[in-house]
Design a protein around this ligand. Sequence first.
Ligand code: SF4
Length: 326
Amino acid sequence: MAGKVYKMIPIETIRGCPFTCRFCNSPDQMAFYKGLGHSYYRKKRMDLVYNELKHFKDKHKVEYNYFWADTFLGMSKKELDEFCEMYSEINLPFWMQTRPETITEDNMTKLKKVGLHRISFGVEHGNEEFRARILDRRWKNKDIIEKLKIPKKLDIQFSTNNITGFPTETKKLAFDTIELNRHIDATNTSIYSFVPFHGTPLRKMCEDLGLINHETITKCLTAESQLNMPQYPPHEIEEVRKCFSMYVKFPKNRWKEIERAEKNDAEGNRIFAELKAEYLEKYMPKPDADPHGGIDFDELNNPNVCVPGSDAELSTETSYFKDEMN
Ligand code: SF4
């Protein structure tokens, strides 16, 4: 996490999501289960979450928890207080993902106190009208910008997740996502090309518009766009993705260079490599990781640290194994 390798564990607090983004599988799972007379959206009891966390910390020496909830802050104030009280006993750093509109200074302060280290926020698209109409995410850009000042103020690291290549999108609209991110001082930004997952409303829209065949199985999030959109073809989507972080961080008087770096030819790739070196120097937090993940080899006495191939690893493994057996 953030350039360091920790022994981490994914933990669920909530399954499902109360929101209805049209590109996401979660609303469809909710609808499917509703049709069967069940609720997919479930919250795990805090005493059960505690038991899991305690088990992994004590028995497997976990150093960092990764809360794998679609929208971690899909909880009431009372539930949040219950979580904080429970987690204060765990006393380990943790990561979570949530929507910008779910955070307040109060919940961020409370969570930071018990170990919140880093957050991922779904921003997804920067054009308000397009975001509401195509994605069903109805928030004002100014509100997102205001909300994301809170973790900055409290010195909590965060990244924004973005998507480009939605049906009917254009390169011009993708630049609205760049603009919005320029107003958010995130620790990192990421951008993926839209994936038309079967079962989602946007998949149906893509098929109805003839942008993809019904039979086409989607590829992974990092693959090139599978949509056939003349106004925003896959190579343009890739160009935006290639230079997204640079457009977000560099001053606008460098945009001409960045535009040239978009091209996947010798000149474009040379400029890209130079800009990338400058970007890493100026805008990336210095990684304190080494190829071994920031492990301090002088501190092998730490029982939570396990260096591959070391005596410590062998003895730690043996002792975990013994624990499992007993
Ligand atoms: S908020 Fe996130 S998890 Fe929930 S529906 Fe939207 S994209 Fe899916």
